[in-house]
Structures are given as structure tokens and as C-alpha cells.
Design a protein around this ligand. Structure first.
Ligand code: SF4
Length: 511
């Protein structure tokens, strides 16, 4: 049973939603998000799958989220229930879960555990709910996820999800459902395929763009209507899973189609995609939104696009912070990862932000890139200091974690000590000149191990989560597999028998 306070919160959130689909159908799916409501409802992919299930004949989706606070280290959670009917997660015949990134596997483990479902799929009772997964994580490395779920749709899932759910509902039992699903070229069934992954699915262009179904004030993107302006990217940054080799590169949604899908009453619009500022008509879209009196946010702004007219158009839709990626601390490292940003682009962005009345320039930066040295950090200190004399600067820092399905796959993690040392050098160098926020180097290591890991790492994650989910739990469990957070043991710790990725190219680097 859930507590009165949880019921009250769910009721309040439901009352505030706009656009929820009302449908009753015999085949109920628990559409699950392993992070709390305010994160899950900001996911365009999750909302797209909600609509796909609600559009399918005879099926309906009820939404289940990780209870609030369940994403904290050491957290324990209430039994997760659906928002629509307060049914427990274990009472649904099928759990369809969307996973965006590695650490969310902790949330999924907690959700299954909390309702008495064995998290390890190979040990779960065959009569337990079928767990079908998908989501952004499947573009890079879903193998650890395979320790928790029965089957995984790889890549773009809007077309495949209703089909896969029908297979599960129609099958006489779980084993037969898995046999049928395993025949599909884009569905991975760990119990049949082992760690060999099939290809990533691309949906028909006719299904683009994805857009919000439900708007709510209780998300990170408060009351914002989200819509895709393009899918994929035409660029080739070597650390990125969405680079041009993924599903044929960038697929552009015409500007008139984007604008026609935005509801009259949506005052805030989020333009979503891997490369929104590369849309050939982005200026027209922004100017049209400004003329309609709407505000807008873009999920990605490339530094080499920050020309005066784009920054002016962004200011007109309400931008106060100009955000883009610095990516590498030095020009040499930006070249290593094949980013197009040059110092002149950032200088131009800073000047344009100031000219158009913005409060600050926010830059995302990775530390611990292959071959990085203190000299690269010193260049960053010098250059960011220069930018800060034009406009206030904020840095959002994440340690580099090599992802599968990218040319930098299998590059080692720099190590917690090294990342902390570089962060400290940067912070001291920029004291009083930039606001710096950084993702923990410890949790980045956990992400790295999962990003590179296999089924064994997935099982270790389950054990670490059950032990409390603190960093020390992960260090112990991953340590038993030979992983060390400070660089020792990578040669043998990186799984050698994992899937081979097409086009994988490892750059020669000094580490
Ligand atoms: S990092 Fe951005 S610009 Fe580079 S390939 Fe990925 S999506 Fe494209």
C-alpha cells in the first residue's frame, strides 16, 4: 500500500496535467520510467511511446515512475504504482520500461525489488510480468540492462513497441514470446542471443516528429510543449552515439510541419533533437514562435552556429542564458574528438550574448579526455577567463566516459584521482571568474563501467543496489570483476567478448 502523502502528490500531479489520453482497454501496460515523475515526463521518447501504446488497438498504458527520492544513493522506496489507477507495478502483465542512461538501472532494480519481483531476469519466475525495455541507452550499450529485463527493442521504438507488446500478449507463455521476439532484426533477447546485439532500429520518416502528449508544470521543463525538429546528426564527434553513422544521420522535419503541430495554447515550446541549431530553417522557426508570443528552448546549440542573428532570435524567444558545448578544455582536445568549435566561435557567442542582453554564457565541458594533460587545463583557464571578461560564464563539467558504438569506444576512464586533480586545477585557476558545477568523478566511473560493461556488470549493479546503492557498494561489486576506479586493471577489466560494433575505430592516444 502507498501512503496518503503519495496519493495526494499523484492526485495533484494528475490534476495539473493537460493532454492525458483517456482510454480503457483490456491489455494494460505499465509504461515505466526508472527516474522520478519530473524527469520521466520531460522525456520526449517516453511520451512518444505512451502515445504509440494508446493508439494501439486493445491496449492502454498506465504510467509508473520511480518514487520521488528513489534516485539518491542509499535510498529505499515505496512500492511503485501507476498514476492512472494506483495499481502496483507487479499487477501488470507487461512492464515496458524506457531507460535513458546507465545509472537509471539502479532505479529499475529498486522498482522491481520494491514490488517483490526478482530483479535478475534469469532468476525471475516465468509467470512474473514480462519486462520489455527500450530507450536512448539502447543506442550505446544496453548489455548490462539485459541482466534485468526479458527483451530489449534497440533504437527507435515507436513503430516496434506495439508489435512487440502484441507478441507478448498473444503468446501462450513467456518462452514462446521470447522466441518470436528474438526473430526480429532489432530486438535483443539476452536469454537467446547472449551478449550479441542485433542492429538498431530506425522508424519510418513518416512518423516524425515526436511531440509531447501531456504537458505538466511538475517537470524540469515546466509546461513546455516538446517537439522534434530533426532526428540524428550530420556531424562526427568521436565520443557521441548520435553521430552521422547512426540511422543515416540527420533527418529534418520541415519548419511548417513543426509549427503546425504546436497547440494554440502552448506558450512554451521545447525544440528537441541532437542538432537543433543545424536545422536549415531554425531562424524561421524561432522568428515564427516569437511572433506568436511564445517562449522557446532548444535542446542543442552548436558553438559554430552562434551568429548574431541566431542569438538575437533566441533572445526574442526568451533566452537569458546562452548554452553550448566547449567539450574539450583545449583546441588540441577539441580536435581529438573532432568538434568544430574554435575559440573565435566562443568569443563571438560571448559578444552576441552580451549584445542581446543575456545574463550569461553556459558551457559544457568534459574532463579526463584521452591524452589530456595539465597543459590542456591551463589553456582552458586562460580562455574561459578571457570569455568571462565579456559575459559571466558558467561551466557544467562531466568526466569523459567512453561509450560503445563510437570511435572512442574502449578508451579508459581517466581515474577518479586524475579527474579530481584536473577539476581542482581548473577550479583554482578560474576562482571568482566562472561558476563551476561538476558531476561526481566517482559516479562517472560507475557510469563508465556500465557504459563499457556486459551482463556481469549488470548483475554486479543489481547486487550493489541491493546492498544500498552507495558508491562503496559499486566499488566493491565492480572490484570483484577487476574494475578499478583509478586506472589499474583496465586491460583485463574491459570485456573482450562483447558485441563488435560496425565502424569502430580506436584512435591511437597517449594515456
Ligand atoms: S556531439 Fe552533438 S554535434 Fe557531435 S555528433 Fe553528437 S549530436 Fe552531433
Amino acid at each position: 500500500m502507498i501512503g496518503t502523502e503519495t496519493r495526494r502528490v499523484i492526485r495533484e500531479r494528475l490534476d495539473a496535467e493537460v493532454g492525458r489520453l483517456g482510454k480503457e482497454a483490456p491489455r494494460r501496460v505499465a509504461l515505466t520510467y526508472p527516474s522520478p515523475y519530473h524527469v520521466g515526463m520531460s522525456s520526449l521518447g517516453y511520451q512518444r511511446i505512451y502515445r504509440a501504446i494508446m493508439d494501439a488497438e486493445g491496449m492502454m498504458a498506465e504510467r509508473v515512475f520511480l518514487p520521488d527520492g528513489g534516485d539518491r544513493a542509499g535510498a529505499s522506496i515505496e512500492r511503485p504504482v501507476s498514476y492512472e489507477s494506483l495499481r502496483e507495478l507487479s499487477d501488470f502483465p507487461v512492464i515496458a520500461v524506457s531507460v535513458a542512461y546507465e545509472i537509471e538501472l539502479v532505479g529499475l532494480t529498486r522498482m522491481l525489488d520494491a514490488v517483490g519481483l526478482e530483479p535478475r531476469s534469469e532468476r525471475r519466475d516465468p509467470r512474473a510480468p514480462f519486462v520489455l525495455a527500450g530507450g536512448p541507452l539502447t543506442f550505446s550499450n544496453p548489455v548490462p540492462l539485459g541482466a534485468l529485463v526479458d527483451a530489449v527493442i534497440l533504437g527507435e521504438a515507436e513503430e516496434l513497441t506495439p508489435w512487440a507488446l502484441r507478441v507478448v500478449f498473444d503468446a501462450a507463455d513467456k518462452a514462446r514470446a521470447l522466441e518470436t521476439l528474438a526473430q526480429h532484426p532489432n530486438v535483443w533477447v539476452p536469454s537467446i542471443h547472449g551478449e550479441a546485439l542485433p542492429a538498431i532500429a530506425a522508424c519510418s520518416d513518416a512518423l516524425l516528429p515526436a511531440h509531447s502528449v501531456i504537458r505538466t508544470p511538475h517537470t524540469e521543463l515546466r509546461d513546455m510543449f516538446l517537439i522534434e525538429t530533426e532526428r540524428g546528426c550530420s556531424r562526427g564527434c568521436t565520443y557521441c552515439v548520435m553521430r552521422r553513422t547512426t540511422n543515416g544521420g540527420m533527418r529534418v522535419v520541415p519548419a511548417d510541419v513543426v509549427l503546425s503541430k504546436i497547440p494554440e495554447d502552448a506558450r512554451r515550446v521545447g525544440l528537441v533533437g541532437a542538432a537543433v541549431s543545424d536545422h536549415p530553417k531554425i531562424l524561421d522557426i524561432l522568428r515564427a514562435l516569437a511572433a506568436q508570443g511564445r517562449t522557446a528552448g532548444l535542446s542543442s546549440l552548436r558553438p559554430d552556429r552562434m551568429r548574431d542573428e541566431l542569438v538575437q532570435a533566441l533572445a526574442a524567444v526568451g533566452y537569458r542564458t546562452l548554452t553550448t558545448a566547449l567539450d574539450g578544455p583545449s583546441q588540441r582536445l577539441r580536435d581529438v574528438i573532432e568538434r568544430r568549435g574554435r575559440e573565435q566561435h566562443y568569443l563571438e557567442a560571448a559578444h552576441n550574448a552580451k549584445t542581446h542582453g543575456m545574463d550569461r554564457l553556459k558551457l559544457y565541458l568534459m574532463l579526463g579526455l584521452p591524452s589530456e594533460t595539465d597543459t590542456d587545463i591551463d589553456e582552458c583557464v586562460r580562455f574561459v577567463g578571457e570569455l568571462s571578461r565579456i559575459v559571466p560564464v558558467a561551466l557544467g563539467i562531466a568526466p569523459f566516459c567512453a561509450k560503445r558504438n563510437t570511435p572512442l569506444d574502449r578508451m579508459p576512464y581517466a581515474g577518479i584521482r586524475t579527474v579530481n586533480h584536473r577539476l581542482d586545477r581548473l577550479t583554482r585557476g578560474l576562482r571568482g571568474r566562472a561558476d563551476i558545477r561538476a558531476i561526481s568523478s566517482k559516479w562517472a566511473w560507475v557510469e563508465y563501467v556500465l557504459a563499457q560493461g556486459g551482463l556481469s556488470e549488470g548483475r554486479a549493479l543489481i547486487e550493489a543496489t541491493r546492498a544500498g546503492g552507495r558508491f562503496s557498494d559499486f566499488r566493491r561489486e565492480f572490484g570483484e570483476l577487476g574494475h578499478r576506479p583509478n586506472g589499474e586493471g583496465y586491460a583485463h577489466a574491459i570485456p573482450q567478448a562483447g558485441p563488435e560494433w560496425k565502424g569502430r575505430r580506436v584512435l591511437p592516444v597517449r594515456v
